[in-house]
Design a binder for this molecule. Structure first.
Ligand SMILES: NC(=O)c1ccc[n+]([C@@H]2O[C@H](COP(=O)([O-])OP(=O)(O)OC[C@H]3O[C@@H](n4cnc5c(N)ncnc54)[C@H](OP(=O)(O)O)[C@@H]3O)[C@@H](O)[C@H]2O)c1
Length: 254
């Protein structure tokens, strides 16, 4: 995810390479990042001195004293963390100085600039900080500020959602293969149908129920399909998926 953000920050010209320092412990990764992106790359976290520190290590590394003491030595004015399930309080505890901290939750489509990032702030974060954080995440898609207590539900929807959509698309493809379409054709149709429907809802801003009503003619094919979806509990399954992922996120945060 760190590389996805780096790559989009550069390709959208949000930052020029000379304004970014990347810290990575492995020399092959450092060589790759340096040659691919032309940014300054360092081997030790304590070597970094920056305005905004974007923390993109694994969440469990926040419990590794060696890593946190290294990161704690970084001089910065604003900490932005993308660590899933790491509360603002836990992030603040990992640092000896009191910092403005932003907890952000991007999702995988960020890698192609179509991500959804929600972020929450501690009370030291200013409007200027927020604007700069928005600029960073606008490079990878849409951005929304939320209260921190929404973060588990955000994880249950936009954080885990790409997985639900992948399973739904896979099932649509299998259904079409079963009904005689070649898999590659079915994949093109399924992906474009999901993308187009989402784009339609985004562009028009209409309620999804209205789109459903528009496409269901009396006695037609779509209402027959929707009847099958309802009979097999798709609606309940999706609601349960968001609930289960939200509860799991709450559990991991403890
Ligand atoms: N992937 C997503 O879709 C997604 C979505 C939302 C949030 N996140 C969050 O983003 C963070 C990264 O996730 P990821 O999926 O990108 O995992 P990842 O691929 O494992 O990225 C973590 C990177 O940190 C490097 N690293 C390890 N120790 C380090 C250290 N001491 N100092 C600096 N860098 C170090 C790792 O190096 P090695 O390659 O040597 O291990 C790896 O390149 C996680 O906290 C995750 O919760 C990810």
């Amino acid at each position: 995810m760190g590389e996805a953000i780096l790559s989009r920050l550069l390709s959208t010209h949000t930052y020029s390479p000379d304004r970014i320092i990347v810290s990575h412990p492995r020399s092959e990764r450092r060589d790759y990042l340096q040659s691919q992106y032309g940014v300054v790359v360092v081997a030790e976290n304590w070597q970094v001195e920056c305005d905004i520190l974007l923390l993109a290590i694994k969440p469990q590394q926040l419990f590794d004293l060696e890593v946190t003491s290294e990161v704690d030595q970084i001089s910065c004015n604003l900490l932005v963390s993308i660590l899933a399930g790491c509360s603002l309080e836990r992030l603040a505890d990992a640092f000896s100085t009191k910092l403005p901290i932003v907890r952000a939750m991007p999702n995988t489509p960020a890698q192609v600039g179509a991500g959804m990032t929600c972020f929450a702030c501690n009370d030291l974060v200013t409007e200027d900080h927020k604007q700069r954080v928005k600029n960073i995440f606008l490079a990878v898609g849409e951005v929304l500020e939320v209260p921190e207590y929404w973060m588990d539900a955000v994880t249950g929807l936009s954080g885990s959602g790409p997985g639900y959509v992948a399973v739904a698309i896979e099932a649509l493809i299998d259904g079409a293969v079963m009904m005689g379409l070649p898999r590659s054709v079915a994949q093109t149709l399924a992906v474009q149908t999901v993308l187009g429907s989402a784009q339609y809802l985004q562009t028009t801003g209409i309620d999804p129920a209205l789109l459903k009503n528009k496409v269901t003619s009396p006695g037609g094919t779509t209402i027959a399909g929707i009847h099958a979806l309802e009979r097999h509990g798709l609606r309940l399954a999706l609601m349960e998926a968001v609930k289960a992922a939200t509860l799991r996120s709450e559990e991991l945060d403890r």
